[in-house]
Design a protein around this ligand. Structure first.
Ligand SMILES: Cc1ncc(COP(=O)(O)O)c(C=O)c1O
Length: 407
C-alpha cells in the first residue's frame, strides 16, 4: 500500500497525494466515494456523541466518513495544522466555530470588512445570544490593540478580505491577540494554502469556504475549520455531530478531486488576474483597479511578503457603474454575471458601497472612509477563472463598447 503521510513533500505534491488512501479491498488508486450513511458497528459502540466508537472505525456519516476523512486529512496537510473538519458550507464551518468558541458574555472582535453573511450573522444571531460583537480594521494594528477587551475570546479576520481585498498582517495580529489571551481565526478562502498558511503565522483556527478555490469548479458547496487536534475533535463532537452541518461525501469527493489541481489552477488564476488587472488599469472606462499583485495596491509590500500567490480576485471601479450591471449581465459572453469566486470560470458581480454598508457592515465614519478608499461608490468584483486572459479582456472590452458604440 502506498505511503499515507506526505508531510515531508511539497505543497504541490501534497495537494495531489495527501490524505488519499488506495482502497484496501480493490487497490483502487483514486479516492473511493463512500455514500453509506451508516457502518457496521462494534457491539460495544455507544449511541452518544460522547461515547467511544473505536479510533479508526466509521459509525455514522454525521460522525465521520471515509471519503470525508480523506478530504480532511488533505486539508490539514495543506494548511499544516494538526486536524481539519469539513462542513456542509463555509457558513456552516464559520458558525460552527463561533458556537464552539463563544459563550454569552464573551466578546467577538471581527474584521470590519468580511464576507457579508458572517458580519450579518454576528450582528444578528450572536448578539441575540448575549455575545458582544465589535468590528475593527485589522490592517491597523493600533486599532486592533485598542479594540481588544478583557472578555475578548475570539478575533476573526479575512485576508485578503471580501470584497475589497484589503490585507491583514496575520503574524502581527496573532501576536497582539495572544498577548491578550484571545484566539485568532483566519478565513483564508481568498488566499488558499498555496498563497498563505495562517496557522504557520500564528492563527489558532483556519477557515475555508471549500466552495471557492479549493473545490475550484463551481459544483460543490463545502467548508472547513482547521486547528489543533483537541479543538477539532471537540468541534466534531459538539458541533458536527450535534448541529449536524456536515458535508455530503459526494461533495467531499468532488472537492478532493478539485484540490489535486489547486497549485496549477492558482498559478493560472494569478497570472490571468494580473494580465486582466493591467488591461483594465489602462481602460478609459475604468477609474481604479485593486489587486494585491499590482504595485498600486496600497499593501503590495505586505501582499508580496505574506502571499506566495496573489490569487485570482480583483475589483474595479468604473465611470458609468450604475448602468454596467445590466450591460454585463446581457453582453458578457464568457464571464458570467454571478456571485461566488475561485471557480475555473470567471465570475463578475456588482457591489454598490452604500448598499453593502447599510445591509451588512456596522462601521463607524472612519471605517466607512477606509472602505470607500478601497471601493469608491461601487466595485465590480471579478474572479478570474482559468480561461485565456486575452479572451477575458476582449469579452470585457466588447461589453464596455456596447455602452458607447461610437467610441
Ligand atoms: C471569504 C468567504 N468566507 C466564507 C464564505 C461562505 O462560504 P459558503 O458560501 O461556502 O457558505 C464566503 C462565500 O462567498 C466567502 O467569500
Amino acid at each position: 500500500m502506498a505511503s499515507e503521510n506526505h508531510n515531508h513533500t511539497s505543497l504541490q505534491t501534497r495537494s495531489v497525494h495527501a490524505g488519499e488512501k488506495p482502497d484496501k479491498v480493490s487497490g483502487a488508486s483514486s479516492p473511493n466515494l463512500v455514500m453509506s450513511s451508516t457502518f457496521l458497528a462494534d457491539p460495544e459502540a455507544s449511541f452518544s456523541a460522547e461515547g467511544s466508537h473505536g479510533e479508526d472505525d466509521f459509525f455514522y456519516t454525521r460522525w465521520g466518513n471515509p471519503t470525508v476523512a480523506q478530504l480532511e486529512e488533505k486539508l490539514a496537510s495543506l494548511e499544516e495544522t494538526e486536524a481539519a473538519m469539513a462542513f456542509a458550507s463555509g457558513m456552516a464551518a464559520i458558525t460552527g466555530l463561533f458556537f464552539y468558541c463563544l459563550r454569552p458574555g464573551d466578546h467577538l472582535l471581527l474584521g470590519d470588512v468580511i464576507y457579508a453573511a458572517v458580519s450579518e450573522t454576528a450582528g444578528d444571531l450572536l448578539e441575540d445570544l448575549g455575545i458582544e460583537v465589535s468590528r475593527v480594521d485589522t490592517s491597523d494594528l493600533e486599532a486592533v490593540s485598542d479594540a481588544l477587551r478583557e472578555n475578548t475570546r475570539l478575533v476573526y479576520i479575512e485576508s485578503p478580505c471580501n470584497p475589497i481585498l484589503r490585507l491583514t498582517d496575520i503574524a502581527a495580529v496573532a501576536d497582539l491577540v495572544h498577548e491578550r489571551g484571545a484566539l485568532l481565526a483566519v478565513d483564508s478562502t481568498f488566499a488558499t494554502p498555496i498563497a498563505t498558511q495562517p496557522a504557520k503565522l500564528g492563527a489558532d483556527f483556519v477557515v475555508h469556504s471549500l466552495t471557492k478555490y479549493l473545490g475550484g469548479h463551481g459544483d460543490a458547496v463545502g467548508g472547513a475549520v482547521l486547528g489543533l487536534e483537541k479543538d477539532i475533535s471537540a468541534i466534531r463532537r459538539k458541533i458536527g455531530i450535534r448541529l449536524g452541518g456536515v458535508i455530503s461525501p459526494f461533495n467531499a469527493w468532488l472537492i478532493l478531486r478539485g484540490i489535486a489541481t489547486l497549485h496549477l489552477r492558482m498559478r493560472a488564476h494569478e497570472s490571468s488576474a494580473l494580465a486582466v488587472a493591467r488591461h483594465l488599469e489602462a481602460h478609459p472606462a475604468i477609474t481604479k483597479v485593486t489587486y494585491p499583485g499590482l504595485e498600486s495596491h496600497p499593501q503590495h509590500e505586505l501582499a508580496s511578503r505574506q502571499m506566495s500567490n496573489f490569487s485570482g480576485v480583483l475589483t474595479f471601479q468604473a465611470k458609468d457603474h450604475a448602468r454596467l450591471p445590466g450591460v454585463f449581465a446581457e453582453k458578457l459572453k464568457i464571464i458570467h454575471y454571478a456571485v461566488s469566486l475561485g471557480h475555473h470560470r470567471s465570475l463578475l458581480f456588482y457591489i454598490p458601497t452604500d448598499e453593502i454598508l447599510k445591509t451588512s457592515f456596522q462601521l463607524n465614519p472612519e471605517q466607512e472612509a477606509n472602505y470607500r478608499s478601497f471601493a469608491g461608490d461601487a466595485i465590480f468584483r471579478l474572479s478570474i477563472g482559468i480561461e485565456d486572459p486575452v479572451d477575458l479582456c476582449a469579452d470585457l472590452d466588447q461589453a464596455f463598447q456596447s455602452l458607447n458604440p461610437s467610441s
